[in-house]
Ligand binder design. Structure first.
Ligand code: ASP
Length: 335
């Protein structure tokens, strides 16, 4: 039976939810383009960041067609980017840190708040699958560094040298051009993490994020991508959100969690990503103003299959599989 205190708390929360939902009724210009799709439920939906999202969505759709769940779709979807050495911001072939070491971060989450994450992985090319093992086979959520590599090995993942000749060449060029006056405050142009969200036919929602992080980062740096709540968040009753861009800015705002909370309070996913980017801008203004390349972007999906995608600045692109079509699209921008 529900206790009095719990009843009062629930009524209070419901009241606040209703007020917020009312205040944020969808009337914004950025929603107009999405209004059509909001009329009915559309499933399945797959949404992934950047160009590598096209292949990820294709794989995700194949997995769903063969009876896989949203969770299988995102894991196997993002692995296409991890395995592709031409994608130099994810997995094998990713650009290294300032010392020439490639380190990978990833996380995965399902519709039941099950989550797994790994960071600073240096010997395994599929950190997203290691993250899934953390989620399914341990009582932990997050394993990092040497421990994550050790765990991966124990799980049977082969040890791999992640640094390709091409990535090494790019690192050497960067080193040659680096000046002693460079600081670590300016983020790199390389921010093409893959974040992928899936909503399957049954209404199960899941997400995965995997990255080699910012190029030439300080050895040991971890961004938002493997952090549940920052780079990814999934709530089976609401939807999911994921991010790409300068991870520090997303960590400061718990970005993906915030997107999902806005959706919980009644916002359309497009409005939710827009409001979250406004928060990111407010909180990180002193860094953003100084750097014209400072980019942060979010994708989101709710249980109806409505989606949101937006970049802080122009240039963010994403792949959307919806209504039987896999499209590569330009997202709107906030500033
Ligand atoms: N968000 C990633 C990080 O900060 C970078 C990216 O999106 O590529 O590590």
């Amino acid at each position: 039976m529900i206790g009095r205190r719990e009843f009062l708390r629930n009524s209070l929360l419901a009241g606040v939810g209703a007020i917020i939902a009312k205040k944020f009724k969808p009337l914004w210009p950025s929603e107009v383009a999405f209004a059509k799709s909001s009329k009915q439920v559309s499933r399945p939906v797959l949404i992934s960041t950047w160009r590598q999202g096209i292949a990820a969505n294709e794989m995700g759709f194949k997995v769903l067609s063969e009876g896989g769940t949203a969770l299988d779709a995102v894991e196997l979807g993002v692995r296409t980017a991890e395995d592709d050495p031409k994608v130099m911001s994810v997995g094998y072939g990713g650009l290294p840190d300032e010392c020439g070491h490639v380190s990978l971060d990833a996380c995965i989450m399902d519709w039941n708040f099950n989550a797994g994450a790994v960071a600073f992985v240096q010997k395994c090319k599929n950190p997203v699958s290691v993250a899934r093992k953390v989620m399914e086979l341990t009582k932990h959520v997050f394993i990092v560094g040497e421990g994550a590599d050790r765990f991966a090995k124990l799980m049977g993942f082969p040890e791999v040298d992640l640094l390709t000749d091409e990535a090494r060449k790019r690192w050497l060029e960067w080193k040659r051009k680096a000046s002693p006056n460079d600081n670590w405050l300016s983020p790199e142009e390389n921010h093409d993490t893959i974040a992928m969200l899936a909503l399957d036919k049954e209404g199960r929602v899941a997400g995965a994020v995997t990255t080699s992080g910012l190029a030439w980062k300080i050895h040991g740096r971890v961004g938002d991508s493997p952090i549940i709540g920052a780079g990814l968040y999934v709530d089976g009753e609401v939807g999911a959100a994921g991010s790409t861009g300068v991870g520090e800015a997303v960590i400061r705002t718990c970005g993906s969690f915030l997107v999902v909370e806005y959706m919980r309070n009644g916002m359309h996913p497009q409005k939710a990503v827009e409001e979250t980017l406004k928060r990111v801008l407010k909180v990180n203004k002193k860094w953003i103003d100084k750097d014209p390349n400072f980019q942060v972007a979010f994708i989101a999906v709710n249980l109806k299959g409505e989606i949101g995608a937006m970049g802080l600045r122009k240039g963010f692109q994403y792949a959307l599989y919806k209504d039987g079509k896999n499209q590569f699209l330009d997202a709107p921008n906030l500033i």
